[in-house]
Design a protein. Structure first.
Length: 238
């Protein structure tokens, strides 16, 4: 199936308060490989950008002055994602904004009408319960280089999320060279993937209530530390 890894940047945190999408970034993947096909568009909003949001993505209202409104790019965007599985980190946030923009601009269609939606944040929480699962934390956990991510950006974050999604869904929990199979084929060492299931270890998953309580605890820690947590997409999970 054709997969689209998608991210947005916005003027603020709540679409229900009239905030707008100001950037959409998508990369296409088929058979777990990026195709090189992508969609990227800046969008002129109907309102000023919150200072807290601007501190995260660095996009100014002045930069967006000559960009098209959402209505001017909606048809092209919908055609790009139509029929695909969308991979989104904290999908409720991005889909909520896209659907709100579609409604404001007179479109009857909603994203779920033309795409299937996979929330990579839910996948991460299921695989790593009780841990931080924002993009930075997942990059660190899986050894993905995101040193070029000084600010949030929709296209950059979708490219990073593609790597994170592949790591999340690859069935890999640790990557070790086998003690008994360090043979080589040419110059390539044979690598053995070892997971908890292969070691016969029990896996105890936290309940939904325990996960929610722990996420609130992590949020309090983040807020006490300051920094990026001042404004985050569904706060700490992007």
């Amino acid at each position: 199936m054709r997969q689209i890894i998608l991210d947005t940047e916005t003027t603020g945190l709540e679409w229900s308060e009239g905030h707008n999408i100001i950037e959409i970034g998508c990369v296409e993947m088929q058979r777990r490989r990026l195709t090189g096909n992508h969609y990227h568009q800046y969008v002129k909003p109907d309102r000023e950008i919150d200072q807290e949001a601007m501190a995260v993505h660095g996009i100014t209202h002045e930069f967006l002055e000559d960009k098209p409104r959402f209505k001017g790019i909606a048809d092209e965007f919908l055609e790009f994602i139509r029929g695909a599985e969308l991979i989104i980190h904290n999908a409720t946030f991005d889909i909520g904004f896209i659907d709100a923009e579609l409604e404001r601009n007179g479109y009857a269609v909603r994203v779920a009408d033309i795409c299937t939606i996979t929330d990579s944040l839910r996948l991460a929480r299921s695989k790593h319960p009780g841990q931080k699962n924002n993009l930075n934390a997942l990059c660190k956990r899986y050894g993905i280089d995101n040193s070029h991510r000084e600010l949030h950006g929709a296209l950059l974050d979708s490219e990073i999320l593609a790597d994170v999604y592949l790591a999340l869904t690859g069935g890999q929990t640790s990557l070790l060279l086998s003690d008994h199979a360090e043979t080589q084929e040419g110059d390539v060492a044979i690598v053995k993937r070892v997971g908890a299931e292969s070691l016969g270890l029990p896996v105890l998953l936290a309940t939904d209530a325990e996960i929610e309580a722990h996420e609130l605890f992590l949020d309090r820690l983040d807020k006490s530390a300051g920094g990026e947590c001042l404004w985050r997409k569904a706060v700490s999970d992007v």
